[in-house]
Design a binder for this molecule. Sequence first.
Ligand code: SF4
Length: 365
Amino acid sequence: MARSNTFSAPRRHSKSIYLGKVQVGGDSPVSIQSMTTTKTANVEATLSQIYSLAGAGCDIVRCTCNDGEAAIGLAQIVPRSPLPIVADIHFHVEMALAALEAGVAGLRLNPGNLRKPAEIKLVAQEAKDRGVPIRIGVNAGSLHPDLYKKYNGVTPEALVESAMNELSLFGEVGFEDVKISVKASNVVLMIEAYRILAETVDVPLHLGVTEAGPPPAGIIKATAGIATLLSEGIGDTIRYSLTADPIEEVKAGRVLLEALGLRERKGLDLIACPSCGRAEIDVIAVAKAAQEALEKLNLPLQVAVMGCVVNGPGEAREADLGIAAGRSKGHLFIKGKIVGVVKESEMVSALVEEAQKIAKEGVEA
Ligand code: SF4
């Protein structure tokens, strides 16, 4: 609805893999991932979080499989999950094998944690036999010690070499069903590592700034890294690693992909001016109240709340619904047409009412 975003950078060509029914890479849309924060052994709590994540627009979810109880939990979660589940197995080969046995749609291996070539090849062979893809998830915080020594620290080249070493071990057993991430908490380092990786391989890439921290700073840091790469056409699936409810990760991912025109809008896009001394209503209060009320409707609408006549009519006309304020009141726009004048105190209820009408009846363009 409303204006469309056209993303200009051509997507980097990548092979595609499937996590359950979700395609990653190739010509598939960039997918959104998150990770549960519950104990995987707590089946009901984990499933409840997975359902909430799915409702927020998550495409793929990762759960930790860090011990035997988690593996038992996974076996019960997988058949009831609305999303494909990727197991993160951390240090133990036994957990990778148990997760495969539980029927997960994917595995994540960190080359810095699971280091024995024989074990890595065993997992790859088992995954190959079951048609389960693996993410090679390199993390700057757990770089393989040999590479740390070789490069005298963590560098983009060291992160890429770690991924390539793992990829070559997979190659020894003929396993190619792979995606790669080279995450770092340092945004510049992460961007450079992915750029090198994108030149080196054609497997799908999973983007993320690891340990980005709590919002809003965490969202800004993650966006700086992820958006820079996406704008260069690099990246097939993303995760915001926030110190927050994982729902926030999914929301941030959706907003970014929708803003870049990489995913169709599923929810509200609120355009509001920042307000200034010219404002003739309390833009911040009206926009905040409109956001809270309209988000609940869960409609793919673009709504503009503008404080005065400078840019107000232009933005309000372009959106599905808009308010362009004058002194304590404003023109209400529906699909570019002025349909009335509303008082400041009634703006939010008028927007909600019109949004509900659009949802029910549609509107003539
Ligand atoms: Fe200020 Fe008007 Fe611009 Fe809003 S639209 S920021 S009130 S000039």
